[in-house]
Design a protein around this ligand. Sequence first.
Ligand SMILES: Cc1ncc(COP(=O)(O)O)c(C=O)c1O
Length: 478
Amino acid sequence: MAPPRPPLATAYDAEHFRQLGHQLVDQLADHLARATRREGPVLPWAPPEVHIANFPADFPEEPTGDVPALLARVVEGSHHLHHPHYVGHQVSAPLPLAALCDFVSSFLNNGMAVYDMGPIVTAMEHNVLGWMAGTLGMPKGARGVLTSGGSAGNLTALLAARQAKAGFDAWNGGATAGPPLTVLVPETAHYCLARATRVMGWGSGGVTPVPVDAHYRLRPEALEDALATARRAGRHPIAVVASAGSTATGAFDPLEAVADFCAKHGLWFHVDGAHGASTALSPRYRHRVKGIERADSVVWDAHKMMMMPALITAVLFREGQRSFDAFAQEASYLFTGQDTRSWHDVAMRTLECTKEMMALKLYTCLKVLGTRIFADAVTASFDLARRFAERLETAGDFELAVSPDCNIVCFRHTPEGVPPGELDALQVRLRESLVRGGDFYLVQTMLGGKVWLRTTLINPLTTDEDLETLLESLRRAA
Ligand SMILES: Cc1ncc(COP(=O)(O)O)c(C=O)c1O
C-alpha cells in the first residue's frame, strides 16, 4: 500500500487545485444566480456572538478536506452585495471578472514593492493611472499610484501636499519643525481627512472646517473666512480639500471655484473623489466634476463606482513627480541602483511596501469589457437616483433630503399621524426592521440634526421596481 501523501504535497498539487477551483467557481456562480434572482436575504443578519460561536478556532492538526462545506457557510452567512436590494454603503457588487482577476492576483502574489516583484502589473498600473488621469482631463505629466483605499489615498495626497507647501521639511524634521499646519476641509468631508491630519501630528486644528450650503456643498464664499480663521489660530494653511461627492449625500463641491481660490492663495488643491471621480466616465454627468482637472491631487476609488472588489484607489498627481514627495524616505535595501526615483519601484510612493496586484483587475476589465460598460453603469445609476428622488417627492408619505447629485439618495418616511418628534426614532426602527429581516440593506445618516435613511444605488442590477418595493417594505414596516 502506498504511504499517505504528505499534506503539503496535496496542498500544492495542481490536479487537486484544478478540481477544487472548479468546484468553488461553481459554488460562487450558483450564489450569483440566486442573488441576482433576488432569492434569500441581502444580509442574513446575526449578532457577532453567533458567528464567533459558529466559526471557532478549533483547528484540526490534520487536513479535514471540507473546503466547499466551509465556504458554503461563509457565502451563505455573508453580506450579499450582488443582491439588487443592496442599497447601502459605497461598496460595489464586484464584476465577476474582477473577482476572478483577484484570484489570479492572490495566486501569483506579485508583491509589487519593486519592479522585479511585479513587472507586468507595474506596467499595467502605470498605464491604467495614465488612462484615469486622462479621463479626468488632467495634463499629460499627471501620474500617481494605486493604494489600499480612499483613506490611505487621502493621507498619501496630503503628505505630498505638506512636502510641497509647508515651507519646511516636515518629513525629516517632524510636525513641529515649523509652524502648525492645517487644511481647509468642507464640514461634510469624510472622516478620513481629519484622521490623516492627526496621523501627521497636526492635532485637532489640522482641519479647518468650511461651511456648506443647503445642498451640502462647500460654500466657496466662506473660504476667505476659513483661511483667516485658520491664520488667527496660528495655523499655516497649505491646502483646500473639496469632495466629489461627499459621503453622506453625494454632494459635489464647486470644484472650479475652489481651484480659483487655491490659485489665488498658492494653496494645494486636493479633490477627494473617492466616490465621485468615476462621474468623469459618464458623458451625461461629467460636467459635475468640472474643475477636477485643475486639482494638484485627486483620490479615486475604483472599488466604489467602477465595480471593482476592495480595495483599489488611485492617487493622481497633476505633476506626476509630486508622488515621490509623499514618502520621501528611502529604504536602501529595496531601492538600490543609481536612480532611486525610478517610477517603477512603486513602494517608493505608497504607504504599502508589499501590495496586491490591484491594477490587474482594473486593467483586465477595461481591456476585456471595454470602457463603455463603466460609463453606462455611472450614467444608469445617476439616472436611477434621479427617478427615485422624483418618486419620493411625489409619494406624499416620504421626504427627500436633497435632490441627488449622484447615486446617493437620502430620505425619510413620514407616514400620516406620526408626530414630528417621533420621526427620527421611526427611521432608526424602519432601517433595523428591513436590515434584520434581510429584505433590503440600507443605511442611515444625520443631516440638519435629523435622522435620514440613506441609499447608494451602486449595484447596477437594482431597478426602479426594486426601489418601489423598498418604499412598500418601509410602509409595511411602519
Ligand atoms: C468621500 C469619501 N472619501 C473617502 C472614503 C474612504 O474610502 P475607503 O473606504 O476606500 O478608505 C469614503 C468612503 O466611503 C468616501 O465616501
